[in-house]
Design a protein around this ligand. Structure first.
Ligand code: ATP
Ligand code: MG
Length: 220
């Protein structure tokens, strides 16, 4: 993968994520972690080679099929994208609304999820009035609310304290238990070390798989 005529960002990358797997992606800043997630989320196309999603070659999928495929993926972006004119509750509920669910059916679930990420008291707040870490937690709630088949999270614990980082990690583990394939880009070595989850390390355009570190402490 490369941007325009720029240098190759990812080269000879051959990666297959098993359904239901849980991985971290690490690597120095600029290594291509976000670019890798963009390929998976269909926000970027490979300059050469193929991306298969849910068993389908995306080069063969018509553009009209993409929005539907994307709805099966929950994404926490590095540059948080919230709808600034919708409350925290409505931002979180958006994927459910798009899926045609009725507010009466999801009100309790959304409230519970927001409480879990520490936003129980801020449900009616508008994004511009939220702190950076609160916005991040809101973006996470929205990404997981629909129990997506794949969850991609780009530095999801960058703006929160250690305790909240563990809480967010547990949320991802719970989702993974329910069957979601999880891929988290992070610089948080402490979280990785304590998670016991395998790591994909990106550097100089290449990816190497590292086994799960021995579990330190008990996160779960
Ligand atoms: N839209 C873009 N156009 C051109 N180059 C880009 C674009 N986005 C990223 N790059 C370049 O691609 C390379 C990989 O960027 P990427 O954002 O994937 O890195 P990263 O591993 O996520 O870094 P970080 O840890 O800082 O988030 C960098 O050299 C970056 O400058
Ligand atoms: Mg990045």
């Amino acid at each position: 993968m490369r941007y325009g005529r720029g240098p190759d960002i990812l080269t000879n990358l051959n990666l297959s994520l098993a359904p239901g797997s849980f991985h971290f992606v690490t690597g120095p800043s600029g290594a291509g972690k976000t670019s890798l997630l963009k390929l998976i989320y269909l926000a970027a196309k490979p300059s050469k080679g193929h991306v298969h999603l849910f068993g389908r070659d995306m080069a063969q999928a018509p553009a009209s099929a993409r929005p539907k495929l994307r709805r099966r993926i929950g994404v926490v972006f590095q540059d948080l994208v919230l709808l600034e004119h919708l409350s925290a509750f409505d931002n979180t509920a958006l994927p459910l609304r798009i899926a045609g669910r009725k507010p009466a059916d999801y009100r309790t679930d959304v409230a519970e999820l927001l409480s879990w990420v520490g936003l129980g008291q801020r449900m009616n707040a508008m994004p511009p009035t939220l702190a950076g870490g609160e916005r991040q937690r809101l973006a996470i709630a929205r990404a997981v609310v629909n129990r997506p088949e794949i969850l991609l999270a780009d530095e999801p614990t960058g703006n929160v304290d250690h305790e909240m980082a563990l809480r967010i990690f547990r949320l991802f583990v719970e989702l993974n238990r329910l069957g979601t394939t999880v891929l988290i880009a992070t610089h948080d070595q402490d979280l990785i070390a304590r998670s016991g989850r395998p790591v994909l390390h990106l550097e100089n355009g290449r990816i190497t798989a590292r086994p799960a570190p021995a579990l330190q402490g008990n996160l779960l």
